[in-house]
Design a protein around this ligand. Structure first.
Ligand code: MN
Length: 243
């Protein structure tokens, strides 16, 4: 694939992911999804400050990992772009990041009860989901990741894990590719609902073992089984094929 086409495809993929995550109610007017630049790993793509459901290919902006705009693009960016750049900087293996305020997940960011994988569809979220509390290092803030230092602290809390919960705020999911970041972000809230429901039943709860997480948690976009789900999400979101 020629470089220019790879860039156009990347922007199209970011637009598609925005529409899917909006349709699946992972993102509402807020939250965002990014993709590392396909030929320059020091840059990434993210929409201008716009609701995910409305994002077009033309809205996609290019940033450095420090969150600075590339080129003379003076459109307002998302304040919390530092979430993305900081994770891309700390984790060369990560190609795509989703940040969401999805409400079924948030209880686990304020409770001592850990969010753990309990459902086979959600095993890609990993066995351990650290909770990052912005107050630990930055005291009283407006709870938003508004600068590089806060982004880097979040990335450090994420460590080698797939998902970090953000206390009283939401989550950040880090995927090896866009499809993994999107599917994790769709199944994470469903897993949270299942776990909450199971706990309400009052008995004991069985979580997926680390070995099960390892075996069930691999997302392979090239496989027909995954493409079936991706096609379904694109269709529901009303995204037309690019070619
Ligand atoms: Mn946020």
């Amino acid at each position: 694939m020629a470089s220019n086409d790879a860039i156009e495809q990347a922007k199209w993929d970011v637009m598609s992911a925005n529409h899917i995550l909006a349709r699946e109610e992972v993102l509402d007017g807020y939250g965002h999804v990014s993709l590392r630049h396909p030929t320059n790993p020091q840059h990434f793509f993210l929409s201008r400050s716009r609701s995910p459901e409305l994002v077009t290919v033309e809205d996609i902006m290019e940033f450095t990992l420090d969150g600075d705009t590339v080129g003379n693009d003076d459109r307002p960016p998302y304040l919390e772009r530092f979430i993305h750049g900081s994770i891309f900087k700390a984790r060369p293996d990560v190609m795509s990041v989703v940040h969401s305020h999805q409400v079924d997940v948030v209880p686990y960011s304020i409770s001592s009860v850990p969010l753990q994988p309990v459902w086979h569809q959600a095993c890609s979220i990993g066995s351990h989901l650290p909770v990052w509390d912005i107050h630990d290092k930055f005291g009283d803030t407006n709870l938003l990741v508004a600068n590089l230092a806060q982004g880097e602290d979040l990335a450090a809390a994420l460590g080698r894990n797939k998902v970090a919960l953000m206390r009283g705020h939401g989550f950040a999911a880090a995927g090896n590719h866009l499809q993994e970041a999107v599917s994790m972000s769709i199944y994470l809230p469903k897993n949270a609902r299942i776990l909450t429901t199971a706990k309400l039943l009052g008995g004991s709860v069985t979580v997926a073992t680390p070995g099960e997480v390892e075996k069930a948690g691999v997302v392979r976009p090239e496989q027909p089984a995954f493409q079936r789900g991706w096609e379904y999400w694109l269709k529901r979101a009303g995204v037309k094929p690019r070619h």
